[in-house]
Design a protein. Structure first.
Length: 382
């Protein structure tokens, strides 16, 4: 699906560093975060959060047992790598009916699904405490880039925000910055709001092109609390999207209830959340064949990246905030996004010095400008 170019001139790219002060992990140390989360839910009766507990325990066990893995993104990539290594060792074509092949592929799919459910549940469970922090930095950032209310004027802002974060802190802060924005009458991710590439149609969300000439907010790896399901309509394959909206904080029991009963497997609901290695493979196929992979989330993620590359290429200013350029995804991010930029300067805003992680990117290194100012503390383009 082609999300065509817009007239946006400013692009902001957000990373995990933007959410750290609100209690979210910076990418590393996920084992400790899951241990903390497991401790918080241990006292809840099994029947009220069995799916979440299973996913957290399973993912935490793998994190502890897998050497050299610090993030859930790395863990998911290792699961896939181990499966591919086994396939290579077997050699030749492996029949889909091969019992060992079926066992290993099913186990890998289950482990990655557990990692997504555990990550999503932990992020959703922290939203209430994040609200209590006041979300000062996010609100300051939103006000700086969009201006103040009313939203009817602010949405005309010439900017696009791309986020690599699974959390929904931007979406939580957004309505508080625009008190007249009514979530009862406007769909948060639709074209007249965050313009995130979804279209609500009689209660069923579908993929949509962001409305041109307006502010646009795109989630590059999907999101916690988002779901997608492949289904057949009129004899053809289609996808139904369910991007849940953070109207209020959720208890763990409520998060458990929000997980679809038909979760995983053919034609079941899947988290609309893509780990870097999944997205990279999907993008390779998309670039080669011009169509999305078999992943249920792929059409949305592919469309988002296609549109993002277009707006970056046409941007007059690009600022990357709180993104660490972790090697697991930085090469692809630079090649598919930042290398498309034609502006004279690309600002890397991060309290942590990430220069070492950017060494060797000849296509952009002469245009990089580093800014250690914390997220949200001063006008982004003074």
């Amino acid at each position: 699906m082609d999300m065509s170019t817009s007239r946006d001139s400013r692009v902001f790219i957000l990373g995990a560093g933007c959410s750290v002060e609100c209690g979210y992990p910076p990418g590393t140390g996920f084992a400790a975060e899951f241990e903390k989360f497991l401790g918080e839910i241990q006292g809840i009766p099994e029947e009220k959060c069995s799916r979440i507990k299973h996913s957290v325990i399973s993912t935490l066990k793998l994190l502890r047992e897998t050497p050299g893995v610090e993030t859930v993104d790395q863990l998911a990539a290792r699961i896939e790598q181990d499966l591919n290594d086994w396939k290579r060792q077997r050699g030749g074509l492996i029949a889909a009916s091969d019992p060992e092949y079926f066992k290993r592929t099913s186990m890998a799919a289950r482990q990655i699904l557990d990692a997504k459910i555990a990550t999503s549940a932990m992020f959703l469970a922290r939203e209430d405490r994040a609200r209590q922090t006041g979300l000062r930095s996010y609100k300051s950032f939103i006000t700086q880039v969009l201006g103040g209310p009313p939203w009817e004027e602010a949405r005309k802002a010439d900017c696009t925000i791309l986020t690599f974060n699974y959390d929904r802190l931007f979406e939580i802060a957004f309505p508080e910055c625009f008190p007249t924005f009514d979530l009862r009458n406007h769909s948060l991710y639709a074209g007249d709001a965050l313009n995130s590439g979804f279209d609500p149609n009689f209660g069923k969300w579908s993929l949509a092109q962001p409305t041109p000439g307006r502010f646009c907010f795109l989630k590059m790896h999907g999101s916690a609390g988002w779901w997608v399901k492949e289904q057949r309509e009129g004899g053809r394959e289609a996808r139904r999207y369910w991007p849940t909206i953070p109207v209020r904080g959720l208890s763990v029991e409520q998060i458990e209830k929000s997980i679809p009963k038909e979760c995983g497997g053919p034609f079941g609901w899947e988290p609309l959340l893509a780990f870097p290695h999944e997205r990279q493979e999907s993008q390779k196929l998309f670039s080669y064949k011009g169509e999305s992979s078999g992943y249920d989330w792929a059409p949305y993620i592919d469309a988002v990246w296609q549109h993002a590359a277009s707006v970056v290429a046409n941007a007059t200013k690009v600022r990357v905030i709180g993104y660490s350029f972790n090697p697991i995804d930085s090469r692809h991010m630079v090649n598919q996004l930042l290398s498309k930029a034609t502006c004279k300067k690309i600002v890397i805003q991060n309290k942590v010095d990430v220069r070492r992680n950017l060494e060797g990117y000849q296509q952009i290194e002469d245009r990089l400008d580093y800014d250690p100012t914390p997220f949200g503390e001063y006008p982004c383009f003074p």
